[in-house]
Design a protein around this ligand. Structure first.
Ligand SMILES: Nc1ncnc2c1ncn2[C@@H]1O[C@H](COP(=O)(O)OP(=O)(O)OP(=O)(O)O)[C@@H](O)[C@H]1O
Ligand SMILES: [Mg+2]
Length: 285
């Protein structure tokens, strides 16, 4: 049985009022269970595209369908349980008097029973380490906590697909690690993930597909391994592959594979070249 993709965009063009095209002829499919990264320079149209996926914005031309239905014909409630969008700026999302209320709002809005709303809220608070701030106004929390509140509030609606718009932007290293493992966990549980990011290293670990946007247009849609091998395309968008990939590419004449994605892969390949000397690459992620 052919299932509808979660998101299908066909020849989508979008312009903000009195502005030039922000999206130019974007066509793509995002299927259930995929983990997709969307990358591109500032102003490429990543947020504008993400907002088409849950009906926050409607195409000026073309069509976006969620689970086979045109977003212009779906109500926000129907869309919210299919596709959840976590805003790039958490302060554009946060509005409630307490963290608890912030997270309970979505499930309540879906029409769930109060016990179910309470259970989902408690679960989301626990999952994102927010129990201790449940009664605090989210607006006064530190930036990393506000990001987690924004994530938890969307997660609590249990959408099939989560669109995360720069979820690690502005976070310190520890918080980036926490968000990374939370996202990996959500994907492992079967959620479809669309991760918008400037962090090219994040693309190397987790996403199985990367879409490169440039000036509102899809410049590349490939696996990270393939995309990082297309340096010329990345450079058009002002991006470069992760450092470890570039190092392997530079060392390719010495026998290293040029499509290495992570330090672990690099070490294993290097150890393989020197295995006669008894070196091993075990234990490196
Ligand atoms: N509300 C708006 N009104 C008019 N133009 C806008 C608006 N929001 C975005 N734009 C323009 O649309 C284009 C795409 O912007 P968008 O925010 O989607 O890019 P982005 O890839 O998400 O950038 P960033 O990496 O900075 O978040 C840019 O030229 C931007 O200036
Ligand atoms: Mg953006």
């Amino acid at each position: 049985m052919a299932e509808h993709p979660i998101i299908a965009a066909d020849e989508v063009w979008f312009a903000y009022p009195e502005a030039d095209w922000a999206l130019r002829d974007v066509s793509l499919r995002i299927r259930a269970g995929e983990y997709v990264a969307i990358i591109g320079p500032n102003g490429a149209g990543k947020t504008t595209l993400a907002k088409q996926f849950n009906g926050l914005l409607l195409p000026t031309r073309g069509q976006v369908r969620v689970l086979g239905q045109d977003t212009s014909s779906l109500r926000p409630r129907e869309l919210a349980s299919a596709v959840g969008y976590v805003f790039q700026n958490p302060d554009h999302q946060i509005f409630a008097a307490t963290t608890w209320q912030e997270i309970a709002f979505g499930p309540r809005n879906l029409g769930l029973s109060e016990p179910e709303v309470r259970a989902r809220t408690a679960d989301a608070l626990a999952r994102f380490g927010l129990k201790k701030v449940a009664d605090a106004p989210p607006a006064v929390l530190g930036f990393a906590l506000r990001r987690k509140v924004a994530l938890a509030a969307v997660y609590a609606m249990r959408p099939q697909a989560l669109i995360l718009d720069e979820p690690t932007g502005g976070l310190d290293w520890d918080s980036v690690s926490e968000v990374k493992s939370a996202v990996a966990g959500l994907h492992a549980e079967g959620h479809t993930i669309v991760l918008i990011t400037h962090d090219i290293a994040l693309v190397a670990k987790g996403p199985e597909r990367v879409i490169l946007l440039h000036a509102g247009h899809v410049l590349l849609d490939a696996s990270p391994r393939e995309a990082f091998g297309r340096g010329e395309r990345l450079r058009i968008a002002g991006l470069v592959p992760p450092q470890i990939t570039r190092l392997a590419q530079r060392l390719a004449p010495c026998g290293l594979p040029a499509d290495v994605l992570t330090v672990g892969e690099f070490v294993r390949a290097y150890a393989g070249m020197h295995s006669t000397h008894g070196q091993g690459g075990g234990g490196v992620a």
